[in-house]
Design a binder for this molecule. Structure first.
Ligand code: ASP
Ligand code: MG
Length: 413
């Protein structure tokens, strides 16, 4: 008898028919003798709809009341799900975050889970019930409702699986699992069978949207085996597990891209201690995140400084930097909003030199110019012109042979 946490996202519970189908699926697992804990999101589109209602009431909605409102989306789906199970002649109970005692800090709309008390859930499971818990929500010490930030139901599921020492945490979604790259732009993309937590963290932070990144960090910390799989098929999805559990580590496991950054260059900045702080402090004070930074020494006295920000922050960043440039005596500020960041990720890179240079060669062969590069132990990211994104992704996917089934190292010789 296994304890399984299953989470279903908004599209999986988007209508009463879909909720009934999900209930049938969970029931089947229950009848096979498993203890089932289910976490649900709100119906697809519901959280957006609720946010818009709030905006109609208050220009900047009160954060406590916002959580009170947003948490209702998940209350609807868990209640309907429990009804569906009962209608099928079995027992279930729906619970909200505060009933389970999913305790969080008091950062409304982006709260973090501090603790979960599994006692109530266990007692319901002991009585043979399917326990269905509202995702995305918790409660503060003072009893105020909180939410965990958009996409937070994944985190609820992994945190529950960790607290209850579940045998597995299955995240059901509308795709078959984690893909080697976006199948919409590269038809050769393949579903990955196993991927390590670290690779998944990189892929999630670089733009792959299938799992919320906070849930991956949590899964890694508590070693929760997570499977991402489809609600609409019986196929095994992608297991996200410890690196040691994966027989063959790929040189490159996945390729990802993001089109939501912009590039800014400050030209001819005096090359002195303290200048970088003068440039980046006003940016961070404005709550603008900076990703890649490159400093280029031109002649020992003056330097160019290039970095990327999110595209939605671009105009604000440019305004701030024009003032900064004047104050520090830089020549000028230029920017480019039509860039993309293409990245390759794989734990195999740790022990193999030359992966970055292979990437550069592949891009060069396609005539794609690289504007910036950044690397970590297990990833290489290149900034290129946005219009070449699809070409770059396909060329890299092909050259690193990601369309091929991954064979154990010996057999690929
Ligand atoms: N319903 C919330 C959202 O749409 C949480 C979730 O679905 O994970 O962001
Ligand atoms: Mg989601």
């Amino acid at each position: 008898m296994a304890l399984i946490v299953q989470k279903f996202g908004g599209t999986s519970v988007g209508s009463t028919d879909k909720i009934r189908a999900v209930a049938q699926r969970v029931l089947k697992n229950h009848l096979q003798g498993n203890r089932m804990v289910v976490v649900l999101s709100a119906m697809s589109g519901e959280t957006d709809r609720l946010s818009n209602l709030a905006l109609a009431m208050q220009h900047i909605p009160d954060q406590r009341e916002m959580d009170m409102l947003l948490a209702t989306g998940e209350q609807v789906t868990v209640a309907l799900f429990a009804m569906a199970v009962k209608d099928l002649g079995h027992s279930a109970v729906s619970l909200l975050g505060d009933q389970v005692a999913i305790r969080t800090d008091s950062m409304h709309t982006k709260a973090r889970i501090r603790s979960i008390d599994p006692a109530l859930i266990n007692s319901h499971l002991d009585q043979g019930k399917i326990v269905v818990i509202a995702g995305f929500q918790g409660v503060t010490e003072d009893g105020d409702i909180t939410t965990l930030g958009r996409g937070g139901s994944d985190t609820t599921a992994v945190a529950l699986a960790a607290a209850m020492r579940a045998d597995a945490c299955e995240i059901f979604t509308d795709v078959e699992g984690v893909y080697t790259t976006d199948p919409n732009i590269c038809p050769q993309a393949r579903k990955i069978d196993y991927i390590s937590y670290d690779e998944m963290l990189e892929l999630a932070s670089l733009g792959a949207k299938v799992l919320d990144i906070r849930s991956v960090g949590l899964a890694k910390r508590f070693r929760v085996p997570v499977q991402v799989r489809s609600t609409f098929s019986e196929n095994i999805g992608t297991w996200v597990v410890e690196e040691e559990k994966i027989m063959e580590s790929m040189l490159v496991s996945g390729i990802t891209y993001s089109k939501n950054e912009a590039r800014i260059t400050i030209k001819q900045v005096p090359d002195q201690p303290g200048i970088a702080a003068k440039i980046f402090l006003p940016i961070s004070d404005a709550g603008i995140l900076v990703d890649m930074i490159i400093q280029n020494t031109t002649d020992g006295r003056l330097t160019d400084m290039t970095f990327t920000v999110l595209r939605r922050d671009y105009d604000r960043a440019m305004d701030i930097l024009k003032k900064v440039a004047e104050a520090i005596g830089a020549q000028n500020v230029t920017g480019d909003e039509s860039i993309a960041k293409v990245s390759i990720v794989g734990v195999g890179m740790r022990n193999h030199p030359g992966v970055a240079s292979t990437m550069f060669q592949i891009l060069a062969k396609e005539g794609i110019n690289m504007m910036m590069v950044s690397t970590s132990e297990i990833k290489v990211s290149c900034v290129i012109a946005e219009k070449y994104t699809e070409l770059a992704v396909r060329a890299l996917h092909d050259a690193f042979a990601l369309d091929k089934e991954n064979l154990p190292a010996e057999e690929t010789e």
